[in-house]
Design a protein around this ligand. Sequence first.
Ligand code: 8YV
Length: 313
Amino acid sequence: MESVGVLMMCPMNSYLEHQLSTRFNLYRIWTVPHKPHFLKTHSGSIRAVVGNATAGADRELIESLPALEIVSSFSVGLDKVDLGCCKERGIRVTNTPDVLTEDVADLAIGLMLTTLRKICECDRYVRSGLWKKGDFKLTTKFSGKKVGIIGLGRIGTAIAKRAEAFNCPISYYSQSKKPESNYKYFPSVIELASDCDILVVACPLTEETRHIINREVIDALGPKGYLINIGRGPHIDEPELVSALVEGRIAGAGLDVFENEPHVPEELFKLDNVVLLPHVGSGTVETRNAMADLVVGNLEAHFSKKPLLTPVV
Ligand code: 8YV
């Protein structure tokens, strides 16, 4: 397969890069000085694109690559891939489901605990020597809080299971009620937000879920409510969230994702009611290696005409 051209869209993971480079003719687009010229010269030989949550395959890229057969994403979320365009052109698409579910769910629980118990602020308190001047203020209990989850897919379900171990009553919103679930279902996000203490975003980003957290939802969550986002930045109307946090219209937020990563609204830096993480939900060595193995395995399967491991399209 050494002659198969594979185009990687941004630096993602050194193990993945190594595995790809030993099997395929790997092009790293971020190292190319003039992209349009590069694409023109190599378009005939690029048969696969490897993207991730940051850079995928939009219509413009897909249309500039006439030999493209497959897009293999180093992510479970496919919001950076034009799935409609891939379908139209018979281009296969794969992602990395399941292998990252536990890590992302673990991180969601971590965000709930760090946000309510102010663990990061406690750490800053000790490091800055403030403890010598007095005890840390009291925080908010996590166990038993009502957790409302938007999206009861693989990750949402894994979060629910973990939160249950903390005696948290679970409710959820999704497009339709899940007959297999005993959790309380709300047919709208507003109703879910009004009824829970902690609202967690765990659904895919689509046209329907963009800004699913808007001012109305934030106000329904209210001044004692917390918002946790391990989905995608654009799920939240970010300026609305920032003003709600600044004005104390919600109690706090734990955010792993932002609208314009790696840029985070600077107003948040001075707030102690937020925990800010650099999109690390799946960021463990074990999980990123498993994701890389899936990306490579899908490409190998495709180019040896075997069934794909995790096909989406
Ligand atoms: C990654 C993700 O951060 O799977 C997803 O949808 O957002 C992540 O696992 C990313 O794609 C790794 O580069």
